[in-house]
Design a protein around this ligand. Structure first.
Ligand SMILES: [Zn+2]
Length: 180
């Protein structure tokens, strides 16, 4: 068959265009590919970093010109630069421990309500008791993506449980009740 494409043969009877085929192929092999590129990066990290540094040094003028053009196109970026940087950092930042920033690429979106007590915090800013009153809580730096957004009281409770203070509290409570 002259005009039967390779996509037809590869995907049985269903006819897929190239883009859709590529998408499905990627989905089917996603895990393997991600694992492979992570492993590759772990081995070649220093080389990658050195290359990036060298590339940036070689293209400094271009990079600066592009940045200036970007700011010229959107004057509000320049005006609110500190704000934008803060927002960007907030989007990735998890915590600061011993001077080490723990950050994640895909920090979950603030859902606007506390994961534990379900109280809603509409986005009115922290001082108005809004969205930003919710903090991203995680319990192990090994997996900063294991986390949830909690309101302040629930956050303190969660930290208490994580630090095993809850057990001590319950022990004392029982001891007091049993002492009479
Ligand atoms: Zn809560």
């Amino acid at each position: 068959m002259e005009n039967q494409s390779i996509m037809d043969r590869l995907d049985g009877k269903e006819r897929l265009d190239g883009k859709e085929y590529a998408r499905r192929y990627y989905q089917a092999n996603k895990e393997v590919r991600i694992a492979r590129s992570k492993a590759w990066y772990a081995v070649h990290r220093e080389l990658c970093k050195a290359r990036t540094v060298a590339w940036k040094a070689a293209h400094r003028e271009e990079i600066n010109a592009a940045r200036q053009a970007r700011y010229a196109a959107r004057p509000e970026l320049m005006r609110d630069r500190a704000k934008y940087q803060r927002e960007r950092r907030r989007a990735r930042y998890v915590t600061l421990k011993f001077g080490l920033t723990v950050s994640i690429q895909n920090k979950p979106q603030n859902p606007g309500f506390c994961a534990v007590c379900k109280h809603e915090y509409p986005d009115r800013g922290a001082l108005a008791g809004g969205h930003r009153s919710l903090a991203y809580h995680h319990w192990t730096d090994e997996h900063p993506e294991w986390g949830m957004y909690l309101c302040h009281p629930c956050h303190l409770m969660a930290e208490g449980i994580d630090n095993n203070r809850a057990a001590e509290y319950l022990r004392l409570k029982t001891a007091i009740e049993q002492s009479g």
